[in-house]
Design a protein around this ligand. Structure first.
Ligand SMILES: [Zn+2]
Length: 392
């Protein structure tokens, strides 16, 4: 029986590398159930959902961020996740004034992760404007950095406070081509390079954002990022939904990663990326829980492939046989996600109940395939951290 390198059987348990979610906005866990009825606009899409998300963002305090994030991380860990990349952008007071302790909101998220026993990479987001020629307004003022140097100093503050913690990483995340003036991109890339930081960015989540980028710069988003020097092995393009094939090639040539967030992208009506182009270009893949609309790492993992089946009207869209499709999907949802946010390994194992009803009638040879395509968090007994992690 070939189980592959990913799966160990131990009595009634099966052990696999723990899940890692490379893209999370923990505070959005506070929105669960709140944006599933028709809104006032007549049509509902990403942009109307964003209004509901902004209302929540305006209400947050450091205490509330801590409380919501603890729920989010507790649920993630119970589902088998040991690592989270937190794309954190609610920095300032509701009117945009920084707190006396400028990084207090980021500290609240880090504290929540440590309290719940998950490793965290705090991806300090840089945000400036509402769009080309549009200042930040409303809730965006909480996100908005008036001055790039102040924002970069916040990253340095977080590095100084947490650099020695084996369970914490710090990265930098220019929010999107919409929120970042083109002139800020190269200095952010240089800063990330100087500190060897994970560099994450929302890329091409919505067609309107791509069109606005072309109108402002004459370039598609990934073309712009390539020119500014952002692309490289530490670059993670979050979503990568509406790319041209040439943009996938730019990511692949740079050794960059694409973070796919299937449950959120479905929920928001974002669309599904052209996975065939990403795979052909050799772009590495990982997964993210993003909006926490549901907490199911199995669903994120298989969502990469199942979305591609819906998009292409085909089955088994990746025909490589070694490693198997299931092995590659598990790797994307565990080790690749952890690496994408700055950790060297998955941080431990997820313990699967081999005797769970969802796995009944499944033989050992097909166990991993069944886990990836047919199981869910109810088969998870727990997680076992390993190595130098102090997450318990
Ligand atoms: Zn996001």
């Amino acid at each position: 029986v070939t189980l592959g390198p990913w799966l160990q059987l131990a009595g009634a348990d099966a052990l696999l590398p723990a899940f890692a979610t490379a893209h999370s906005h923990a505070f959005q866990r506070g929105m669960r159930g709140l944006a599933q009825r028709p809104g006032p606009a007549g049509t509902d899409d990403f942009w109307t959902w964003r209004e509901a998300m902004y209302r929540l963002a305006l209400s947050l305090t450091p205490e509330r961020v801590l409380a919501i994030s603890r729920v989010a991380f507790r649920e993630l860990r119970a589902a088998g996740t040991l690592t989270v990349g937190e794309f954190h952008y609610v920095h300032h007071q509701p009117d945009g004034t920084p707190y006396d302790d400028r990084t207090v909101m980021a500290e609240a998220v880090i504290e929540a992760a440590k309290a719940e026993g998950v490793r965290i990479s705090l991806l300090r987001t840089i945000y400036h404007r509402g769009g080309p020629g549009k200042p930040a307004e409303g809730a965006q003022r909480r996100f908005s950095d008036g001055d790039l140097d102040d924002a970069l100093r916040d990253v340095e503050t977080l590095l100084a406070r947490h650099g020695a913690d084996a369970d914490v990483r710090v990265g930098i995340a220019p929010h999107s081509v919409r929120a970042i003036p083109p002139a800020w991109l190269a200095p952010i890339a240089a800063f990330a390079e100087r500190h060897a930081l994970p560099l994450h960015m929302h890329v091409a989540e919505q067609p309107a954002e791509v069109a606005a980028c072309v109108a402002e710069t004459g370039r598609r988003p990934v073309e712009l990022l390539a020119e500014a020097g952002l692309l490289g092995p530490r670059f993670v393009a979050v979503h990568a939904t509406h790319l041209a094939p040439a943009e996938a090639e730019l990511l692949g040539r740079a050794g960059a990663v694409a973070c796919i967030n299937p449950t959120t992208e479905r929920d928001l009506g974002d669309g599904h990326p052209d996975l065939a182009s990403l795979r052909a270009a050799g772009v590495r893949l990982c997964t993210g829980i993003d909006s926490h609309v549901s907490t199911d790492p199995f669903e994120e993992m298989r969502g990469i492939e199942l979305g591609e089946r819906l998009r292409t009207l085909r089955r088994v869209t990746d025909r490589t046989t070694s490693p198997t499709l299931a092995e590659r999907l598990w790797r994307a949802a565990s080790l690749e996600g952890a690496r994408a946010v700055g950790f060297d390994d998955a941080g431990g194992s997820v313990v699967i109940d081999r005797e769970a009803l969802q796995l009944a009638l499944v033989d050992d040879e097909h166990l991993l395939d069944a886990l990836v395509f047919s199981a869910g968090p109810s088969v998870v007994k727990g997680v076992v951290p390993s190595g130098n992690s102090t997450a318990r």
